[in-house]
Design a protein around this ligand. Structure first.
Ligand SMILES: [Zn+2]
Length: 73
């Protein structure tokens, strides 16, 4: 697997990433697996994780400004 931006090697890491929901609150997903480029630091979310994120953002109906969710498969 190569970086789509610079062609460098990507590493699989877990990180915490913030996402916006449609109601404009922020959901921070912890322990999210992403592929990060070791040279330019660009990251890419894999399909499986992205599906999880989409489903999560869709299902969260919170009035809280920030919601923290732990990634679990
Ligand atoms: Zn790169």
């Amino acid at each position: 697997m190569k970086c789509y931006r610079c062609g460098g090697a990507v590493d699989k890491i877990v990180t915490d990433l913030p996402f916006k929901t449609k109601s404009n609150s922020t959901v921070i997903i912890c322990n999210l697996p992403v592929l990060q480029c070791s040279s330019c630091r660009e990251y890419e979310i894999e399909d499986e994780a992205m599906k999880y994120v989409d489903a999560k953002l869709f299902s969260i109906d919170s009035s809280a400004e920030v919601e923290i969710v732990r990634y679990a498969v």
